[in-house]
Ligand binder design. Sequence first.
Ligand SMILES: C[S@@+](CC[C@H](N)C(=O)[O-])C[C@H]1O[C@@H](n2cnc3c(N)ncnc32)[C@H](O)[C@@H]1O
Length: 205
Amino acid sequence: MSRQLKTEYPTSADWDAAYRDGTPPWDAGKPHAELPRVLDEYQLRPRTVLEVGCGSGADAILMAQRRLEVTAVECAPIALERARLRAEQHDALLRFVLADAFEFAQKAGQFDMVYDAGLYHYARERKLASYLDMLWRVTRPGSHFLCLAGAPGEAEDDDGPPQVDEEDVRNELGRLFEFVHLRPIRLESSDPNRRYSAWSCLMRR
Ligand SMILES: C[S@@+](CC[C@H](N)C(=O)[O-])C[C@H]1O[C@@H](n2cnc3c(N)ncnc32)[C@H](O)[C@@H]1O
């Protein structure tokens, strides 16, 4: 998947192809360090969590291992197969759903927390309205939303995530939620020696 989407939003087949070809550049194969950092720092103990675009599942499994009730949605079948296998290997119990998260959200109900590592920075380019509609449907007052998204910082690099300016994050996500924090982090990638500039955005409805 190229850094910025040039044409239409990718289909699930496009996303799947990124996994079929091997390990996509965003897939660190382990949880993002920022997720447990935020859960611990704010002592967040949501009962129910929805992860949108869970990829091969490392973050969803970490949350399930913390005994959160996790629903992890992913549209790429190969990614979800890897996530299911990883969950089995870790003896983790969670609900995986193969679906378009925007469609899933229509009937999913509300969650105490929604987590997104890497979907927003793609979705905002072509499907911002659908993305925000999804977030609105799956949250209720008091729900938290944690979003990890690419930030400006590095020179153009096709393996890096799309970069979102701070002002855009504030304008787009601030329409729905209050900011708890918006801070710069380094986001892991499939290359253990490579981490990218990113935002950690924790919000509360
Ligand atoms: C940049 S990847 C991040 C994956 C994972 N969160 C991670 O950090 O490794 C974005 C993920 O969102 C999935 N995705 C994209 N659009 C989606 C949609 N509409 N519904 C569900 N999943 C989607 C892609 O297949 C891909 O796995």
